[in-house]
Design a protein around this ligand. Structure first.
Ligand SMILES: *[C@@H]1O[C@H](CO)[C@@H](O)[C@H](O)[C@H]1NC(C)=O
Ligand SMILES: *[C@@H]1O[C@H](CO)[C@@H](O)[C@H](O)[C@H]1NC(C)=O
Ligand SMILES: *[C@@H]1O[C@H](CO)[C@@H](O)[C@H](O)[C@H]1NC(C)=O
Ligand SMILES: *[C@@H]1O[C@H](CO)[C@@H](O)[C@H](O)[C@H]1NC(C)=O
Ligand SMILES: *[C@@H]1O[C@H](CO)[C@@H](O)[C@H](O)[C@H]1NC(C)=O
Length: 278
């Protein structure tokens, strides 16, 4: 509340105080709300005046202001004299009650009447999208990664063995911590997952995401075969590696000697020979 009062005075200081007689500009039209996943934006059609930069200011009125504060309006400081035709009102819509919003145009010497929403906005109408998710089979662990939509969002995750849709298991996730462990999988079995978001503040859920399935690695017998093959190949590598290293070092030594022979200039050889004989 005190923050809002402070921002009111701040905005009032910034915005020059003109009288109603200056209302010559047309008011912004097509004022509407775009609200997805509890992020809310006010948009309007631009007011175009040739050769002028039109700026806009936005104010809101919640149920409290309407009914108990003499129908007062609260300026949105971040959207005071802006040139954009969109205002992020997410922080101002802090309760699940009907809000009214208004916007006016300003070209410095003139300002328009307020253009107001035709229908009050309630965040309960926000469009909730199915969460983005990725499921991972990490060895025999069934993991899921969910999109982080902020602290207002919980996730309802359903998972089951493919073909056993009658035995669906579920988890309610209140906080996203990178990857979520769902279950230990049986070898060679396919598991499926789907999820929806839930927002407690509006008691609403999104639709479910498309289900995604993964198969746990191998079955028991192929696992054994794989293990045998890999240990056998490890043994082969372990045995051949020292031999190869020894062989390589021998070849390198030979080349090194070769190089010495080639590199030694003939004068040096002559000098050496002279020194030896003297
Ligand atoms: C309002 O939106 C409609 C349709 O999107 C458009 O035809 C009209 O020009 C807009 N009004 C203004 C004042 O921009
Ligand atoms: C309410 O608003 C009206 C007109 O805007 C004003 O005359 C009146 O003094 C206000 N009342 C209070 C209690 O602020
Ligand atoms: C809108 O404001 C909210 C709350 O401050 C913020 O989380 C979000 O990122 C903003 N969105 C954009 C597109 O600026
Ligand atoms: C939430 O909505 C469900 C119906 O969708 C209702 O049964 C339940 O009582 C509501 N919970 C709260 C806390 O309002
Ligand atoms: C949820 O799914 C139903 C049925 O597929 C669809 O009609 C509806 O529009 C979806 N709702 C949302 C919010 O996506």
């Amino acid at each position: 509340m005190s923050l809002k009062v402070a921002s009111f005075f701040l905005c009032t200081l910034i915005a020059p105080n003109l009288t109603d007689e200056d209302a010559l500009l047309p008011a912004p039209q097509n004022i509407s709300i775009i609200s997805t996943n509890m992020k809310h934006f006010l948009t309007w059609s631009p007011v175009t005046i040739r050769g002028e930069t039109v700026r806009y200011s936005v104010e809101f009125q919640g149920e409290y202001e309407r009914e108990y504060a003499n129908e007062s309006w609260i300026p949105i400081c971040e959207c005071s004299l802006i040139t954009a035709t969109v205002c992020n009102i997410t922080e101002d819509i802090s309760a699940t009650v009907p809000y009214n919003l208004r916007v006016r145009a300003d070209i410095g010497t003139q300002r328009s009447e307020w253009g107001t929403l035709k229908v009050f906005f309630n965040r309960i109408t926000t469009y909730l999208t199915p969460p983005l998710m990725k499921i991972i089979a990490d060895g025999y662990h069934l993991l899921v990664e969910l999109e982080d939509l902020g602290p207002a969002f919980q996730f309802h995750v359903l998972y089951w063995r493919k073909g056993q849709e009658s035995r669906i298991q579920q988890k309610m996730v209140k906080e996203i911590s990178s990857t979520l462990h769902l279950d230990t999988m049986e070898a060679g079995t396919e598991y499926c997952v789907k999820a929806q978001t839930y927002v407690e503040a509006i008691n609403r859920s999104s639709n479910f995401s498309e289900m995604q399935c993964v198969r746990a690695q191998g079955d028991r017998s192929t696992w054994l075969v794989t293990a045998l093959i890999s240990s056998a190949s490890f043994a082969v590598v372990a045995l051949t590696l020292p031999f190869l290293a020894w062989k390589t070092s021998k070849i390198l030594k030979l080349e090194h000697c070769d190089l010495m022979v080639h590199v030694m200039p003939s004068e040096d050889v002559l000098r050496l020979w002279i020194q030896e004989t003297l």
